[in-house]
Design a protein around this ligand. Structure first.
Ligand code: MG
Length: 217
């Protein structure tokens, strides 16, 4: 009973700050994307590919969430993109307060597309609204095609799903069609992309869709 109360209070506080973030992003005409996935599905690699294609067309900023290191932020920094690193010291998700504070360090930068790379985890990050415009869930083919059924919340709340590492399919006992069907069972409205960062597949289509979304803002 008391556990439920505490959790509700934490989420109420989070939601209030998420509303603040949402207003702040709207005022500054920023389109914010919360990237969710398990560890190792390719969030940072996809971000790098998007940055390569879009950095001359749109002002990109990144907030990196990691449990322990700033390895991912250093990868992004090489592209000359404004980046803020959140190290959660073991916490398994980002919350709206962390995003508010991290974003305040970027407030002097020109940003119209903000990526928030969440901590690699498909459970807790799905519960916390950060004030983003959309959530994108990334699942790689190596994780198996039953992932959406096992971790439904992330897929339920996402606007789009990226199936990454599609080039590895010939070596795996897993099916893109089954993965798609399982995801659509959880969320029939999911927009689905198939990508490979190593073989440069599907990144262009993903970027077109992102630009469309920003232009609708
Ligand atoms: Mg990463």
């Amino acid at each position: 009973m008391s556990i439920i109360t505490i959790e509700r209070k934490i989420l109420e506080k989070n939601d209030a700050v998420a509303e603040f973030n949402r207003k702040n992003f709207k005022e500054k005409k920023i389109f914010a994307i919360n990237l969710l996935s398990s560890p190792g599905s390719g969030k940072t690699s996809i971000l790098e590919k998007i940055i390569e294609l879009l950095k001359d067309k749109v002002n990109i900023g990144v907030i990196e969430g990691d449990i322990q290191t700033k390895i991912d932020a250093e990868r992004i920094e090489k592209y000359g993109i404004p980046v803020a690193q959140i190290i959660t010291n073991g916490a398994c998700h980002l919350d709206a307060i962390l995003i508010r504070d991290a974003f305040s360090t970027l407030s002097d930068k020109q940003i119209s597309l903000l990526f928030i790379e969440n901590v690699g985890n498909l459970v807790c990050p799905a519960t916390f609204d950060l004030g983003e415009n959309i959530k994108i869930v990334i699942v790689s083919t190596t994780e198996g095609d039953d992932k959406p059924l096992k971790y439904p919340a992330a897929f339920q709340k996402a606007n789009a799903m990226i199936i990454n590492k599609v080039d590895l399919i010939p070596y795996l006992n897993s099916s893109i069609e089954i993965l798609k069907n399982n995801a659509l069972k959880i969320n029939p409205n999911l927009k689905i992309f198939e990508t490979s960062c190593t073989k440069n597949i599907g990144i262009d289509k993903l970027c077109e869709w992102l630009l469309d979304n920003i232009n609708k803002l």
